[in-house]
Design a binder for this molecule. Structure first.
Ligand code: PRP
Length: 188
C-alpha cells in the first residue's frame, strides 16, 4: 500500500479553504438553530467522513442537542467509486423514536448511502428526519435525495480532506482539495 510522505503534495488544487468551510458552517449552524428552536434536536453523524463536520457544526448550533454516531461504508478501500453496497459498521446508541433527527454527512455523491440511511432511520420512527451535508456533488447522483442543508455544491472531482479520505488517508487536512489523479491511477 502506498503511503504518502507529504499529504499536501498530493493535492492538485485547494477547492475550499479552511476559512471558507468554517464561515459556511457558522451560517448553517445559525440557520439550524433558528429552524429547530424549541424542538428536541438529535444530530446523527455518518462516520467516518463526517467527523470534523459534525464536531464543528454541533458547536455552531446554539440549541441544546443530542448526538449519535453511525458508521457505514459504501466504498471499498482504495477506490474512488461507490460500490452501491452499504454496510452498517456501527449502529445508533439510543432510540430516535419521536426525536427530531438531522443526519450530518460530509458528502453526497451517488446518494446510495443516504438513500439507504433514510429508509433505515425512517423505520425507527423519528418525529422528523432531515439531511445536512457539507458537500454535494450532484453530477454523480444515481438516486434523488431530499437535502435540507447544503454547505457547498462541488464539481465532479475526487476530493479529500476535512474528513474525506482516499484509502483512509487525507482526512486530517483542514481544507478540501482535489487529489492529483496520479495518486489513485499510478500502480504501486
Ligand atoms: C462516503 C461519504 C458518504 C458516502 C457518499 O463514505 O462519507 O457517506 O461515501 O457517497 P454516496 O452518495 O455515493 O453513497 P464512505 O463510505 O467512503 O465512508 P467514510 O465516511 O468512512 O469515508
Amino acid at each position: 500500500m502506498r503511503t504518502p510522505t507529504d499529504l499536501h503534495a498530493d493535492i492538485g488544487e485547494v477547492l475550499l479553504e479552511e476559512g471558507q468551510i468554517q464561515a459556511r458552517i457558522r451560517e448553517l449552524g445559525a440557520q439550524i438553530s433558528t429552524d429547530y428552536a424549541g424542538r428536541r434536536l438529535t444530530l446523527v453523524s455518518v462516520l467516518k467522513g463526517s467527523l470534523p463536520f459534525m464536531a464543528d457544526l454541533m458547536r455552531a448550533i446554539s440549541l441544546p442537542l443530542r448526538i449519535d454516531l453511525m458508521e457505514v461504508s459504501s466504498y471499498g478501500g482504495a477506490t474512488t467509486e461507490s460500490s452501491g453496497l452499504v454496510r452498517i459498521l456501527k449502529d445508533l446508541s439510543s432510540s430516535i423514536e419521536g426525536e427530531e433527527v438531522l443526519i450530518c454527512e460530509d458528502i453526497i455523491d451517488t446518494g446510495l448511502t443516504l438513500n439507504y440511511l433514510i429508509r433505515y432511520l425512517g423505520g425507527k420512527k423519528p418525529a422528523s428526519l432531515r439531511i445536512c451535508t457539507l458537500l454535494d456533488k450532484p453530477a454523480r447522483r444515481l438516486v434523488e435525495i431530499p437535502v435540507d442543508y447544503t454547505g457547498f455544491t462541488i464539481p465532479d472531482q475526487f476530493v479529500v480532506g476535512y474528513g474525506l479520505d482516499y484509502d483512509e488517508l487525507y482526512r486530517n487536512l483542514r481544507f478540501v482539495g482535489v487529489l492529483r489523479p496520479e495518486v489513485y491511477t499510478t500502480p504501486e
